[in-house]
Design a protein around this ligand. Sequence first.
Ligand code: SAM
Ligand code: SF4
Ligand code: SF4
Length: 359
Amino acid sequence: MSDRIIPLVDARRMPLPDVGPLAPGSRVADALGRPLRDLRISVTDRCNFRCTYCMPKDVFGPDYAFLPRREVLTFEEITRLARIFKDHGIEKIRLTGGEPLLRRDLERLIEMLAGLGELDLTLTTNGSALARKARALRDAGLNRLTVSLDSLDDAVFRAMNDVDFPVAAVLEGIDAAAAAGLAPLKINMVVQRGVNDHTIVAMARRFKGTGHIVRFIEFMDVGSSNGWRMDDVVPAAEVVRRIGAELPLEPVDPNYYGEVAERWRYRDGGGEIGVIASVTRAFCRSCTRARLSTDGALYTCLFATGGYDLRALLRGGASDAEIHAAIGRIWRVRGDRYSELRTAHTAQLRKIEMSYIGG
Ligand code: SAM
Ligand code: SF4
Ligand code: SF4
């Protein structure tokens, strides 16, 4: 019996909703009228970092039971599902994890997904292997890239990733990605009060004028292991105020419906930044994202406590049409809006860990 903190099998076993037949090829909106546009695919639940806000060592230590290989979706299974999701109107696929660059031969998956045609294909990485892999990712057909980097202060960054990984190696990865043609990059910084918030302005300053877009993310209560407290959240409005006091900013309109980052640009033309106010200004109303876990469960919210077992359909001989209909039925009944309803109580619920569900 595994000692995983999340009962994955139970979590996967949400029964498929019964909402009547779905015409073949039809696209759906959920119960709140939101279309299905983005798919995040977790390609591994493993990571070489132990970021204290995501995979804290006391939970994700040597005894933590990661998924055995037979449970993990193959590239062929992922690609088949992605094709069916595309028929549902998916326009963007983001590969994530865990650390996606740890998945062996990831370039082959990217090639297979790029072969599906018109899709914005992107990936979120901690950047540790990027200096080596950027060129191959680009050659395989990756369009864009997001790199997570929580501080330029080496001591702060090493403490946050908790494996003593240096900032310089991530910066090398960022340069390699830009040189490979994956620019402009997005750079994600999760801001935690008293941990790295004193390094916000330095981060903005470092990438101002490079074309890369730094996005400051509010620390969220994902999963059940990171000890989240509202007091640790630095509201996005405060981030904008603190940066704007030194590097004057003005707001920019969103690029598209459902964009999660609020955009701000430097008044002197030095480019832009984004803030992701997932806690203080929830954006559930336009949330078009579905998440596919490493072992093939479909989650309709980052804060879900259960998912739908698509792998059982894949491996049980279901046809494309049947899987398409199942996804449609799941999406039609989706009423998730966790961030709009968040309270100190909901923060205590046993939610699925982000490294498994896909950030
Ligand atoms: N390992 C890759 C990385 O770190 O970029 C991809 C997976 S990671 C789970 C995806 C993103 O989620 C990262 O940018 C990470 O900083 C963010 N993240 C993880 N835990 C978070 C939390 N509790 N609150 C806000 N963002 C979080
Ligand atoms: Fe790993 Fe990314 Fe989570 Fe950090 S945020 S522990 S790099 S999965
Ligand atoms: Fe979407 Fe759930 Fe996040 Fe709301 S809380 S924006 S529904 S993933």
